[in-house]
Design a protein around this ligand. Structure first.
Ligand code: FAD
Length: 528
């Protein structure tokens, strides 16, 4: 086994010397990594791709680390290298535009592990109500570990097969964000390997600047190896309700009313508020949420306005079997204040864990039909609430023209639940919406499902917003020039740049985001 490993490294070392690129791999070997540094073609292939299937970036090698020290050793070596080597952390590779890829260095595969040694398992501090997790831990596994103690994180993403480090590098949002803020608002402490290879603990009280920079920092300042996440007592059941609207302003007024209840006691508000746009039926259009209700078998097609658009408010209330007797009353009280189409109530009661893991069920369905591993030209926008009606008119009822090729989510959030010191940028209004166009490109012969058509439509939507003066901010952003990034960050750019110079001065980390170019003397003409 050891001979095989040595041979692999000798070969990889030779390859690198041959192409005249990165540092000598034997040097890294000598550094004594406890995990595995791999040039296995299947590892390299996996790290070259992501969920978007839009870009490919082949790394020189893939590290499967088992500790922060493993990562620090590789980053230090890259930092000290004069020939230039980049290091990109990869969670579960669920980016769209190659954000976790690198073509001139090592991908640190944070999620999943190989071989005997493993990174640390989640450690639940039940009394203190927090959990310490490895940066590559998937949220589904965080949930399973904390449920053993009757506890759970407060803020989620819709899909749980994402890594902690990956979502904290963006924000991590779902229908709980109006109440608890995004996931980055629910973190107490981080361990981070900076671009100089230092391992630093940071929090509100220690290395504060680094702490805020890393949250929503697109992987630019350090690799998160441990996150301490806030927990609450876990419910065991959820009532999941969907109601329909044909009137957009009634829909958004109700959404805004519901999120305005965030400060009320838990029996006077929902725990989850989202929504989506329905312009056409079918699995590929609405895989995120089926409108089936065992109690209310309403046929959605009977509710569609001719040639129009329907809006679905999706809400949920958590409960415990012990409080089940009051749930009907609480829900009825909240629903009474809403103005949806009265015959359109879809209700399901399910286990909390099944509710949180609902998108995985949809994934299984799509996989079985070969519709999961296809290109995903997704576009996620934060839109100021004052402009959401204009967006509806121009995009949902205009540009999309009755074709979607995937779910379109729309829900509002309260800006005061977002810490302005984090790196993430949101619109300049107290309320803003997420609009997520989660579309799949299919090779079906149908023009409106092709990648080119969907990419063009995305560009058209952005152009429309620009011309209509709708000041959107992109979520999970992707740009190709530094000027675009400067515009994206606006008045946060100077700080972002300053933090980069302090914590990753050679621009080694997360070069797949294309914000900074690595600065090695002999690399002046090389792409990152
Ligand atoms: P990757 O794609 O592997 O990495 C993303 C970025 O983070 C890269 O730049 C990478 O270098 C960096 N990174 C990864 N790990 C670390 C680390 N440990 N330390 C520092 N930087 C790191 N997002 C939401 O907010 N809400 C949702 O509801 C939601 N649903 C989704 C559903 C699906 C089906 C998919 C595919 C994505 C969804 N996302 C959602 C987007 C998701 O948050 C991003 O894709 C995010 O990047 C997490 O994916 P990942 O863990 O695979 O990270």
């Amino acid at each position: 086994m050891a001979t095989m490993l040595l041979l692999t490294f000798l070969i990889s070392s030779l390859i690198m010397v041959t192409v005249g690129l990165a540092i000598d791999f034997m040097e890294i070997l000598r550094l004594g990594i406890d995990g595995q540094l791999s040039v296995d073609p299947s590892d390299v292939e996996t790290a070259s791709l992501d969920f978007g299937l839009l870009t490919r970036g082949q790394p020189l090698a893939v590290l499967h680390p088992v500790s922060a020290q493993d990562i620090a050793r590789v980053v230090k070596a890259a930092y000290g290298s004069n020939q230039g080597m980049t290091v990109s952390a990869r969670g579960h590779g669920h980016s769209i535009n190659g954000q976790a890829q690198t073509t001139n260095g090592v991908v640190i595969q944070m999620s999943g592990w190989k071989g005997g040694n493993k990174p640390p398992r989640p450690h639940v501090w039940a009394e203190e109500r927090y959990v310490d997790v490895w940066g590559g831990e998937l949220w589904i596994d965080v949930l399973k570990s904390t449920l053993e103690y009757g506890l759970a994180p407060k803020s989620w993403t819709d899909y749980l097969y994402l890594s902690v480090g990956g979502t904290l590098s963006n924000a991590g949002i779902s229908g709980q964000a109006f109440n608890h803020g995004p996931q980055i608002s629910n973190v107490y402490e981080l361990d981070v390997v900076t671009g100089k290879g230092e391992v630093l603990t940071c929090s509100e009280d220690e290395n504060t600047e680094l702490f805020h920079a890393v949250l929503g920092g697109l992987g630019q300042f350090g690799i998160i190896t441990r996150a301490r996440i806030s927990l609450e007592p876990a419910p065991n059941m959820v009532r999941w309700i969907r109601v329909l609207y044909s009137n957009f302003s009634a829909f958004t007024s109700d959404q805004e009313h519901l999120i305005s209840l965030h400060a009320e006691s838990s029996n006077q508000k929902f725990d989850y508020v989202e929504g989506f746009v329905i312009v056409a039926e079918g699995l590929i259009n609405n895989w995120r949420s089926s409108l089936f209700s065992p109690q209310n078998p309403v046929k959605i097609s009977t509710l569609f306005p001719t040639g129009g658009v329907l809006y679905c408010l999706e809400i949920a209330k958590n409960y415990h079997e012990s409080t089940a007797q009051t749930i009907d009353q609480e829900v009825e009280f909240l629903l009474k204040k809403l103005n949806f189409i009265s015959t359109s109530v879809f209700t399901t009661d399910l286990l909390y864990v099944d509710f949180l893991d609902r998108v995985h069920m949809a994934e299984m369905k799509l996989r079985s039909k070969g519709l999961w591993e296809v290109p995903h030209p997704w576009l996620n926008l934060f839109i100021p609430s004052s402009k959401i009606a204009e967006f509806d008119k121009g995009v949902f009822k205009g540009i999309l023209g009755n074709k979607t090729s995937g779910p379109i989510l729309i829900y509002p959030m309260n800006k005061n639940k977002w810490d302005h010191r984090s790196s993430v940028v949101t619109p300049d209004e107290g309320l803003f919406y997420l609009v997520a166009l989660l579309r799949s490109a299919l090779d079906s012969g149908e023009e409106t499902q092709s990648l080119e058509y969907l990419n063009n439509q995305n560009r058209q939507i952005l152009r429309y917003c620009d011309e209509a003066g709708i000041k959107v901010k992109r979520y999970l952003p992707h740009y190709t020039t530094q000027q675009e990034w400067m515009d994206h960050f606006g008045n946060k750019w100077d700080r972002f740049y300053e933090m980069k110079m302090e914590f990753d001065p050679r621009h080694i980390l997360a070069s797949g985001q294309r914000i900074f170019t690595p600065t090695f003397p002999s690399l002046s003409n090389m792409p990152s």
